[in-house]
Every structure is written in structure tokens, then in C-alpha cells.
Design a protein around this ligand. Structure first.
Ligand SMILES: [Fe+2]
Length: 351
């Protein structure tokens, strides 16, 4: 067993010990072969050392989707930086990125979904923007939208929070509750975003409108206008839901993420109040589930991969268990059907 600094860790090495955060959260398990996606996760959580098996190496290529994801985050980061300095910004790279995400989602949305949900404090807004874009396009695809409306939706989704670059940083990063005046300033990111998209980027009203309306709620309790139901553009309703779901399910350094089924229950419970019920139903069918192959830890200590994703409110997952943290080693993988074990829960999702 070797102890390596994170900078020495390479994809293809196999972990010899579980990676556990100071608050007790299990990040990765012994036996996992390191993927580029795990490196991103370890960096986000500022893990300094890991243990790997000596002499083990399995060649692993970075997936094209992983490269696309990193490139998208870098593109949106530079747009935020340029816009906050009032520099002239070239919007073409953002269009190319959204176009690439759209094509990938059409081809294989599961792989794109597996890349979402990893956050660090420094890059929170940029990674969140990319994830909201991925979720929104998946919902739009489910609605049967063609290429042009999907591009408009994707552009609005990736730029929905661009107005935040005009909100003072101490308000954006304030850990405590905002005062009334600060909250007022924060809410203005919707108005700023709309202006930036129309005036600086010269993009159409439909895209600008998504930034303007993404905090409106179905029952009229949102901002900046307090409009409701069909008064809110359908594209904005999609981004509003994707925005909340992503915030709930993201791993944060200081906050444990909600598991997909818990976040989906929240969204479902607020169907018809905060969210458009029609979009909630579509969303639950298309996103809020455990994709096949997702690695999970059960409350029994068993570790396995999802073989049947289940459906929120209807059926639970089936898991193929290949290891057990609480009992004897598993020699022959076996299936646990959660429908037949109501007391067993998924307690952690790895990837
Ligand atoms: Fe926002």
C-alpha cells in the first residue's frame, strides 16, 4: 500500500483505503479504480493524501464527456470574469459549449448526469451553471423540443446567474442570513442578468427572459415580478426547477448533499406550489432517479451498483451487491430488491 499526495494520484490506480472526510462522510471506497471524475471530487474536498494499492494500474482514458464538462466550466468562468470587469465578451464559445452539451445529452444523457453534483467553494457558480444547463436540456428533450428551442433553453440555463457578477461579493458569499437590503441586492441578479444578456451579449429576449424569471414561482411567491403559472415562460419554469434540484443534490464542502430520492420528494411535494406540476412529473420520470450503474452504499453496509433505477413514489431500486462494509466479504454478487426490504435505505451515492 502506498500513501500518495493528491498531485501524485493518477487515473487507473486502485484505492487501498476508504477516503473519509473529517465530518465522517464517505467520499470514495477502497477497491475503486480512480477515474478523472474522482480526481475532481478529491480536489473539491481538498483531500491531501490517499492510499493506493502498490503495483496496480489499469489504463483509463478520460471520457470525452469529462473533457467537455471541464471545458464548459472553464468557458463559463471566463465569461463571468470578463463580464464583471465590463470587458467586451465573445459569446461564441458559450454557444459552442451549449451546442456540444446538447449533442452529448441527445447521444447519452446518463453519462452527462453522472458528471453533475461536485462542487467546491471557489467554482460553485460555474459548475452549478453547467449542471443546470445539463438538467434543463434533459427536461426539454423529454418535452420533445427541437434543436432551436433546446439551444435557447441551454443558453438561458448556462447564463441564468450571470447577473451575480454585478452583485457585491460580500453579499454573495455571506454565510449568515442576509439583511433586507442585502436580499434586495441579491434579488437584482435576475434584472442584471437580463440586461447583460440583451445589451452586452446581444442575445435574444427569450434567453434574457430566462435569467429574468428563473426565481419566479408557480404560485406567484417568487421574484422579481411575483408572476405566476402561465405568466411565467415555460423555459424559465424548467430552469427554475433544475436550479433548485441542482442546489439540493450538490456536494458542498460544508453541507452534505441530499440524496436524489430525497431531493425528488421535495420537488414533488412542492408541485403546484413552487413548481409547474406538468414539468415536475416529466422531471421525476427523466432525472430524479438512480441511473443504472450508480454505485451506492446501503444502510446495511452493503455496497453495490444500481441495476434497476426505480421510480419516485412507485417503486424502489434493485441493487447488485458486491461488497459489504459491515459483514463478511461477498464472494458471489447478489441482488437486493429494496421493494422487499422497506427498512433498508440508500445512504450514500458515490458516482
Ligand atoms: Fe439565481
Amino acid at each position: 500500500m502506498l500513501k500518495l499526495k493528491l498531485s501524485q494520484l493518477k487515473p487507473g490506480m486502485r484505492l487501498a483505503k476508504d477516503v473519509i472526510l473529517p465530518d465522517g462522510r464517505l467520499l470514495l471506497l477502497a477497491g475503486f479504480v480512480v477515474k478523472p471524475m474522482y480526481l475532481r471530487k478529491l480536489e473539491a474536498f481538498k483531500v491531501e493524501y490517499v492510499y493506493v494499492e502498490e503495483g496496480y494500474f489499469e489504463p483509463i482514458d478520460e471520457l470525452e464527456e469529462e473533457r467537455l464538462y471541464s471545458h464548459a466550466a472553464a468557458t463559463i468562468k471566463s465569461i463571468f470574469a470578463m463580464t464583471s470587469r465590463n470587458r467586451d465578451t465573445d459569446i461564441i464559445p458559450v454557444k459552442d459549449t451549449v451546442n456540444d452539451i446538447l449533442n452529448k445529452v441527445m447521444e447519452n444523457e446518463t453519462v452527462m448526469l453522472q458528471l453533475t453534483g461536485i462542487r467546491d467553494i471557489d467554482n460553485y457558480t460555474f459548475l452549478h451553471s453547467v449542471d443546470v444547463c445539463i438538467y434543463s436540456i434533459i427536461i426539454g428533450k423529454k418535452l420533445g423540443y427541437g434543436k432551436d428551442p433546446l439551444m435557447t433553453l441551454g443558453m438561458g440555463a448556462i447564463l441564468h446567474d450571470i447577473g451575480k457578477c454585478k452583485v457585491p461579493i460580500d453579499i454573495l458569499q455571506k454565510p449568515d442570513k442576509l439583511s433586507d437590503e442585502e436580499f434586495h441586492q441579491m434579488k437584482l441578479h435576475t434584472v442584471y442578468g437580463c440586461e447583460i444578456i440583451k445589451n452586452s451579449y446581444q442575445l435574444g429576449t427569450k434567453i434574457a427572459n430566462i435569467a429574468f424569471q428563473h426565481h419566479e414561482k408557480w404560485d406567484g411567491s417568487g421574484y422579481p415580478m411575483g408572476i405566476s403559472e402561465n405568466g411565467i415562460d415555460p423555459l424559465s419554469r424548467i430552469v427554475a426547477l433544475a436550479d433548485v434540484y441542482d442546489a439540493l443534490t450538490s456536494d458542498r464542502v460544508y453541507k452534505k448533499r441530499e440524496l436524489p430520492h430525497v431531493a425528488a420528494e421535495y420537488i414533488k411535494n412542492n408541485s403546484g406550489t413552487l413548481f409547474d406540476p406538468f414539468i415536475v412529473d416529466l422531471f421525476v420520470e427523466s432525472i430524479a432517479m438512480y441511473a443504472e450503474g450508480t454505485l451506492v452504499l446501503l444502510s446495511t453496509g452493503e455496497v453495490g451498483s444500481v441495476v434497476s433505477p426505480g421510480k419516485i413514489g412507485e417503486s424502489r431500486q434493485k441493487i447488485c451487491v458486491f461488497s459489504n462494509k459491515a459483514g463478511p466479504p461477498v464472494l458471489q454478487p447478489y441482488i437486493v430488491d429494496l421493494n422487499k426490504h422497506s427498512d433498508v435505505e440508500i445512504v450514500e451515492v458515490f458516482v
